[in-house]
Design a protein around this ligand. Structure first.
Ligand code: HEC
Length: 154
């Protein structure tokens, strides 16, 4: 007798929880994907969360991209993660954190920064077999802000 009561209670419990789930899904419409609820929007259309595109380039990043293609892409890979003639540039602002003015000086004229004996610059130059980066005396600080914004976005 106890067993029958137990089964009945179990049945009631399961039934009520199914009802709750179905109500959430707007029963009798298709059931939601309970394992991956993030894939559902409110109209139950499946949204593919894994293939969302990168956010659009901002105006600043578009300017940076043009500058990058024109001046830097011959040595620094466009995907920013693989090395080429020069090192991959992703994360560069972090590597120079707190030394932004020196980073700007570097981009304008890397040899001048190496000549000051800056430890990081000298070590980097050595690591890259003393290959010289072009100097870009024409780049303004604004150009460099645009460039770095693009570099970090890629
Ligand atoms: C002729 C090839 C060449 C060009 C063109 C070039 N670079 Fe470089 N870059 C290098 C090399 C090589 C290094 C490694 C250091 C060295 O050997 O001087 C480097 C290093 C750097 C670094 C330091 C990277 C780090 O990890 O700290 C930055 C930042 C940088 N380049 C930015 C730029 C930007 C921005 C441009 C375009 C305006 C540019 N480079 C154009 C060759 C180049």
């Amino acid at each position: 007798m106890k067993f029958i009561l137990f089964c009945f209670a179990l049945f009631l419990f399961c039934w009520s929880s199914t009802c709750t789930i179905n109500r959430q899904a707007g029963y009798p419409f298709p059931e939601p994907d309970l394992l991956y609820p993030a894939k559902l929007d409110f109209t139950n259309n499946i949204i593919d969360t894994n293939h969302q595109k990168k956010p659009k380039l901002t105006e600043q990043q578009i300017r940076g991209k043009k500058l990058f293609r024109k001046n830097c892409a011959s040595c620094h890979r466009r995907n920013m993660v693989d090395d080429m003639t020069g090192p991959a540039l992703r994360g560069v602002t972090e590597r120079w954190a707190g030394r932004e003015t020196i980073l700007y000086d570097w981009i304008k004229n890397s040899q001048a920064v190496i000549a000051t004996g800056d430890a990081y610059a000298v070590a980097l130059y050595k690591e890259w077999d003393n290959s010289e980066m072009n100097a870009f005396p024409k780049l303004t600080d604004e150009d460099i802000v645009d460039l770095l914004s693009y570099i970090e976005r890629e």
